[in-house]
Write a protein that binds this ligand. Structure first.
Ligand code: C5P
Length: 235
């Protein structure tokens, strides 16, 4: 499939706390910035795909340093400036890809560095089968509770049929670009993932099995665990 990739990396990463290395996508795991692991996964997966990295305007130097850690593929990566919300950052990436004539797009959070070729192949095969929107997800394993604001349980939520959404989420390019444009025109800027915009636009979204390893690094402890995992892999 002829596909482009958008890696969104314009967030400030406040939940992980402040750090001299910058926002969490530039923090080092196994000696390299998180985002360079993420970009490398796509560069290695498809030697032809074009990649748009959406970054914050203050992070240009951090991003250039991250590119220095890539083994190859630097010439295929275009950096553009993101927006105030994730949704706005994705739209900036989609507009940048518009001129590159791609049929499909994979949209990835920079803070998921453990995305792997097996998962990417599964997503691409589902797109190739004719689906317009593909969402990797894992079934929820924990028992779920809803609580009140004081921290008391109100109820147990049945977990049957509930999934945790991952990235990359993959789409027919013009379909998701047009849905994003319409959402922005409608003044919506609160969608936290792209599948939700497809759902809002009435596009059927196909679930595929995600990967348990493909975690999102959100908190300080996630970064520490990721560093330990890469630095001392299990035998
Ligand atoms: O904030 P959250 O953890 O949902 O961010 C997910 C991804 O979206 C991160 O890689 C982050 O850098 C990116 N993002 C962005 N622009 C924003 C907010 C988040 O590119 N304004």
């Amino acid at each position: 499939i002829n596909c482009g990739v958008i890696v969104v990396a314009a967030g400030r990463g406040e939940r992980a706390g402040s750090h001299p290395d910058g926002p969490k996508q530039y923090r080092r795991i196994a000696g390299r910035p998180v985002i360079s692991h993420t970009l490398e996964a796509f560069v290695k997966w498809d030697p032809a795909c074009r990649i748009v990295a959406v970054i914050h305007r203050d992070d240009r130097d951090l991003f250039d340093t991250a590119l220095d850690h890539l083994e190859g593929g630097r010439d295929r990566i275009l950096a553009v400036t993101g927006g105030r919300t994730r949704q706005q950052s994705v739209l900036a990436g989609l507009e940048a890809l518009s001129s590159l004539d791609v049929d499909h797009v994979l949209i990835q959070d920079a803070v998921r560095p453990f995305v792997d070729t097996v998962l990417l192949d599964r997503i691409a095969a589902t797109l190739a089968s004719g689906e317009c929107a593909v969402l990797p997800a894992v079934a929820v394993a924990d028992t779920l509770k809803r609580s009140d604001s004081a921290g008391h349980v109100l109820e147990t939520v049945p977990r049957t049929g509930l999934f945790a959404a991952q990235t990359p989420q993959a789409f027919h390019f013009a379909t998701i670009r047009d849905a994003h444009r319409r959402a922005a025109e409608d003044g919506r800027d609160d969608f936290t993932d792209d599948a939700a915009i497809a759902e809002w636009a009435g596009v059927p979204v196909r679930l595929v099995e995600g990967s348990a390893a493909n975690v999102k690094l959100t908190l300080q402890k996630d970064l520490i665990m990721a560093d330990e995992r890469l630095s001392a892999p299990l035998p």
